[in-house]
Structures are given as C-alpha cells and as structure tokens.
Design a protein around this ligand. Sequence first.
Ligand code: ADP
Length: 162
Amino acid sequence: MIAIYPGSFDPITLGHLDIISRGSRLFEQVVVLVSSNPNKVPLFSTAKRIAQIEASVSHLGNVAVDQYDGLTITYAHRHKAQVLLRGLRVLSDFEKELQMAHTNKTLANDLETLFLATATEYSFLSSSLVKEIARFGGPIDHLVPNHVARDVYQCYAQTQPA
Ligand code: ADP
C-alpha cells in the first residue's frame, strides 16, 4: 500500500521525521508530498525543502519525496496511493485535521486518512516554532536535522539588518 504524507515542511522537523519513519514501517511506500500553503509565505523554496527532506530520509529505502500544488487527492489517485498520512500533536490540531479528512472523503471516497499520534517528545514542535527560535538566535539543533539547522541559521543571518 502507498501512503502520501502531505505538508508544507518549511522546514522538516524531527516531529515530521518521526511520522515518516513510523509510516515507512507500516506501508510499502511513503511519498512525502511538499505543497505550498496559500496562507503561509515560506522561508524556503519548494526545491530547497525537497532537498532538505531527501537528505533527511536517505536511510529509508521506501520513502520518496515529490511536490504538487494541486489537490492532494488528485496526486494520490495519479500515483495509486490509498492512504493520506497525517500527524496529530495536540487537541488543537484535531479540529482542522478532522475537517480536512472529512472534506477529502467527500472528494475521494476510496482514500483513507490515517493519523499517527506524535511522539510525546515532539508534541510541542512545529516548523513555525523552529523559525521563531532561530530568528532570535536560539538553539534548534535538538528540533531539526543538523543540515536543516544550518540552512535555517543561514537564512536568518542573511535577512538580519546590518
Ligand atoms: P501543513 O501546513 O499542511 O499543516 P506541516 O508541514 O505543518 O503542513 O505539517 C504536515 C503534517 O505533519 C501535519 O499532519 C502535521 O500535523 C504534522 N506534524 C507537524 N509537526 C509535527 C510533529 N512535531 N509531530 C508529528 N506530526 C507533526
């Protein structure tokens, strides 16, 4: 069975990676699908986010990375996927995620959304939090892969006023 794990991944965190590696043990293939969220201005380009994810999942043989800006269900149908994988952190994620799962069900009844509960140690973690800490020069090495931490710091170093 093929599962799609869609998200903005701006940037990928250890919480995302936990879901990906657990998903890779459940499915024959997991496709991490990078999409632009129209409500958010990304820090990294799609190409950069894909490169960051590829470098983070290279040890997982059945994980692929792709991009798509249309409906996730369209991508899933084209690639013969049966499952949409999502992570649940806290109760506040639930309402939005449930709404999305129900909506997708009305659009594609053959697709199932599967939620994995986040690992407790990452339940507070989001890409926005990582950016907020890094913007003020705080440590993020315990929250994202080392190469991603370097990219994030570099971004903020460049955007800081002289
Ligand atoms: P989106 O903008 O589509 O919510 P994100 O990149 O923020 O994209 O998240 C993609 C998916 O990963 C979502 O299902 C989200 O709930 C989940 N996720 C985000 N952070 C974590 C985390 N720390 N632990 C587990 N799942 C997470």
